[in-house]
Structures are given as structure tokens and as C-alpha cells.
Ligand binder design. Structure first.
Ligand code: AKG
Length: 430
């Protein structure tokens, strides 16, 4: 906190993790040093990204890559292009990525990057020129077995395509320097679906543990990008009802639950950065930036899949008033700490994104494995591997929670931390 007093997002992420690790430090005080080490990224790079807009004018954005930890493997984590992105946000995401990647048990280090470039409202040639300029600098720091970025908010297959093309042009090699590539050029089946599907597999494992299942569960999902849409799609496959989806301007509510065709319609609307749910045909649309947590009906489960801090204490209260018993995060840190406290108080099972949304990075890893082996696995094979990994993530968080007599959220931090801390110590970083 002394070093970076202004980095609110980063500091609150560190605070949350440090607090939940207290029982670990009571038993193993020597690991406190490992946390101190892990709070300082191995390397943080900021760079200028100049590009020319459609009017021929030069625009300048700031690019970031924060390589947090290589204790468990090469750096791995997404890129976020969004207005307002700053070093504190990228550091918070990179810090969280460390524990997330560790809890998958796959040999991945952690990183995060991005830019304050906002793709919304930009033409596709502007996005292309921006991505090429971004990679012209970033390529110096990444590569297969070194650091492999992927997408995050504002970075989908189109942007990854431009970034990958520029990487190859400069590096002169074809390797898995980026994941989330299109299926036609090295991408994996299920990568776009992975985070959303993974949250549902995680939820299913948690329910099974309570002799329950997803059938007929009434679910509210926020967001309408890949994570939200595919989370909703898998919920439907499991027999659950998806009552609402949202975007930054409002939400749609369908009383009997969205149908598969309606979900496909949402994916279609959102396939371009400027699409809005206002154009959704079917159900009720509520604008004015209203959030879906307010829908006045019985709700069993919530899946926040949009962005950080989208569920505050008031939202949490609305959800529990409507009967919500389970919350699984699809986004990174969508619940504020006071919302989480409220859920704990009300006995809601709360699953943090660093465990429940690990499916995205897990399938990124499977993409790299396919690229390295020169093979391309069938859809079913990737999906079943993802399901196994998510069950494993749930089991790890749960066993750590039991061992340290705490909740699932703290258990996820503990399980991830122990893995990476042991490696940090063994590698002589402390
Ligand atoms: C995330 O889990 O938030 C990521 O950024 C994953 C990116 C990846 O697939 O490497």
C-alpha cells in the first residue's frame, strides 16, 4: 500500500486475498514472505500505442502488460481494451490471475494486459490499425513458453486475429503466442464458450455436492458478451431457466426464460461492438442503465458475467429478497466486498471468479497444448476436459475451505496461494 497508494482496485484485491490467508499464516508464518513477493509483479510494461483514425488523425493510447508470476509456468492472461483501463486495474486482474491459474493445476504463470483504447464506436479498420500498433511494441515481451496473452473485455476473435497476424509478421514464426485464435488458424473448439460453460460446470459440481442440480433453477445472468451468452446457453442445456441478460444500457427480462433461439439472437446482436440489447426482439427491455438484479420475481441463482463491481450491497439485498441462494461469478470480481459480506451473512453460496471463471484460461491452455502438438481436438473432447478441470477447481477450493475451516471463496484463495507460494519458495524467490 505504501508503494501504490492510489491503486484502489489493486489494493482491494490484495486486501481481500491477504485477509482470507490469515489462517494459513497462523499455521505457516514463513509463507507470509511469499505473499509479499507475489504482490510485486515480476515485470510491468507500459507503452505508447499511436494509431491513425479514419480521419487521418494520430491518436495515442497507453498499452500495458503486467507479468505477475512465472513461478508455475509461462505468463498467461488476457488483454482488456476499454476506456478507463489503467495500471491499477491491470494489476488487480493480474494478481487475481495468479491464483486463478494456480487453482486450475495447469502449469501456467500469470499476467494481464490491455489498453485504455475503447473499441466501441470504432470502425473495423481503426480497430485493426490499433491492434497492429499495440502488437508492434508488445511482441518484444511475449511468445510461446514466455508469455501468451488472450482476450478479455473488448478483445475477441477479431482483435486476436489482427494481433496474431502482426505478431507473425514481426516475429517471423508461427507459435502459440496468443490464444483465443479463430478456429481456422490454430484456435480451439470451445474457447469462446469456455468461460461461460466453465461457470456452469463449476455450479453443477457445487450443487451436486449439496444433493441438488440445475434443473428448473431460476437464474439471472448479467452481461451479454461471450461469457454471459454461453453461460446462459449451458444453463439451458442443463434444464435451468435464464430470466434475464443485460448490457451497459439495460437488461432484457423474459418471464418464462430465454429460449435457445433468443440466446442466438443476443449473440448475433452482440457480435459487433456497437450492438445493443435495445434491439432484442422478445421479452421486456428495461433501459436507463438498470441492472438485472432488480427483476421482481423469484430467483434461485445469480451469474454476474459482465464486469467488476456490478453487484453492490443494494443489488445483493435485492437478490436475497427474491430468494437467491447461489452466486457464481463469471466476470472478474463483479461483487463488491460489501455485497460479498451480505451474501455470507444471508447464507448464500458465493463462488469467486478466480475459481468459477477459470474455464477460459483453462481452455486457452488446451489451445496451446493443441498448437504445440500440431493436433486439433474434437469439440466433445475439449468440452469434457473443461468439465473435468472445473470439477477439479471446485474440489480444490472446497478441500482448502474444509481444511482451514472457512468458506469457498477463502478456500479458492488458499488453494491457489499454496500452490504458487510453494513454487516461489522452492525456486528461491524468498
Ligand atoms: C481471465 O481468466 O480473466 C483471462 O484473462 C484468461 C485469458 C486467457 O485465456 O489466457
Amino acid at each position: 500500500a505504501d508503494r501504490d497508494p492510489d491503486q484502489q482496485e489493486f489494493l482491494s484485491a490484495v486486501h481481500e486475498v491477504a485477509k482470507s490467508l490469515e489462517p494459513v499464516f497462523d499455521k505457516k508464518p514463513e509463507l507470509l514472505k511469499a505473499l509479499e513477493v507475489l504482490c510485486e509483479p515480476e515485470r510491468q510494461i507500459t507503452f505508447r500505442v499511436p494509431w491513425i483514425d479514419d480521419k487521418g488523425e494520430v491518436q495515442v493510447n497507453r498499452g500495458f502488460r503486467v507479468q505477475f508470476s512465472s513461478a508455475l509456468g509461462p505468463y498467461k492472461g488476457g488483454l482488456r481494451f476499454r476506456e478507463g483501463v489503467n495500471l491499477s486495474i491491470i494489476k488487480f486482474l493480474g494478481f487475481e490471475q495468479t491464483f486463478k491459474n494456480a487453482i486450475t493445476s495447469l502449469p501456467m504463470g500469470s499476467a494481464k494486459g490491455g489498453s485504455d483504447f475503447e473499441p466501441k464506436g470504432k470502425s473495423s479498420s481503426e480497430v485493426q490499425r490499433f491492434c497492429q500498433s499495440f502488437m508492434t511494441e508488445l511482441h518484444k515481451y511475449i511468445g510461446d513458453r514466455r508469455d501468451t496473452p488472450a482476450g478479455d473485455i473488448g478483445v475477441g476473435p477479431t482483435e486476436i486475429g489482427y494481433l496474431f497476424g502482426q505478431y507473425k509478421r514481426i516475429a517471423g514464426v508461427w507459435n502459440a503466442a496468443l490464444t483465443g485464435k479463430g478456429l481456422g488458424f490454430g484456435g480451439s473448439f470451445i474457447r469462446p464458450e469456455a468461460t461461460g460453460y466453465g461457470v456452469v460446470f463449476f455450479a453443477e459440481a457445487a450443487l451436486k455436492d449439496r444433493d441438488d442440480d440445475l434443473k428448473d433453477k431460476r437464474c439471472v445472468v448479467s452481461g451479454s458478451g461471450n461469457v454471459a451468452s454461453y453461460c446462459a446457453m449451458m444453463l439451458l442445456r442443463k434444464g435451468a431457466k435464464v430470466l434475464a441478460l443485460s448490457d451497459s444500457k439495460g437488461y432484457v427480462y423474459v418471464e418464462d426464460g430465454l429460449t435457445e433461439d433468443q440466446l442466438k439472437q443476443v449473440l448475433e446482436i452482440k457480435s459487433n461492438h456497437n450492438g445493443s440489447l435495445e434491439d432484442f426482439d422478445g421479452g421486456k427491455y428495461v433501459g436507463d442503465r438498470a441492472k438485472p438484479w432488480e427483476i421482481d420475481t423469484e430467483v434461485d441463482m445469480a451469474f454476474p458475467c459482465a464486469t467488476q463491481n456490478e453487484v453492490d450491497e443494494e443489488d445483493a439485498k435485492q437478490l436475497t429478497q427474491h430468494g437467491c441462494k447461489f452466486l457464481f461469478e463469471g466476470a472478474n470480481m463483479p461483487c463488491t466486498s460489501s455485497a460479498v459480506e451480505h451474501f455470507e451473512k444471508e447464507g448464500v453460496l458465493y463462488a469467486p471468479g478466480k475459481a468459477s471463471n477459470a474455464g477460459g484460461v483453462a481452455v486457452s491452455w488446451l489451445e496451446m497444448v493443441q498448437n504445440r502438438s500440431g493436433l486439433s481436438w474434437e469439440e466433445e473432447e475439449v468440452e469434457s476436459k473443461l468439465e473435468e478441470i472445473m470439477k477439479g477447481v471446485y474440489e480444490s477450493a472446497k478441500s482448502a475451505a474444509e481444511e482451514y475451516d472457512t468458506n469457498l471463496a477463502a478456500g479458492a484463495n488458499i488453494a491457489g496461494f499454496l500452490k504458487v507460494a510453494d513454487a516461489v519458495m522452492a525456486e528461491g524467490a524468498v
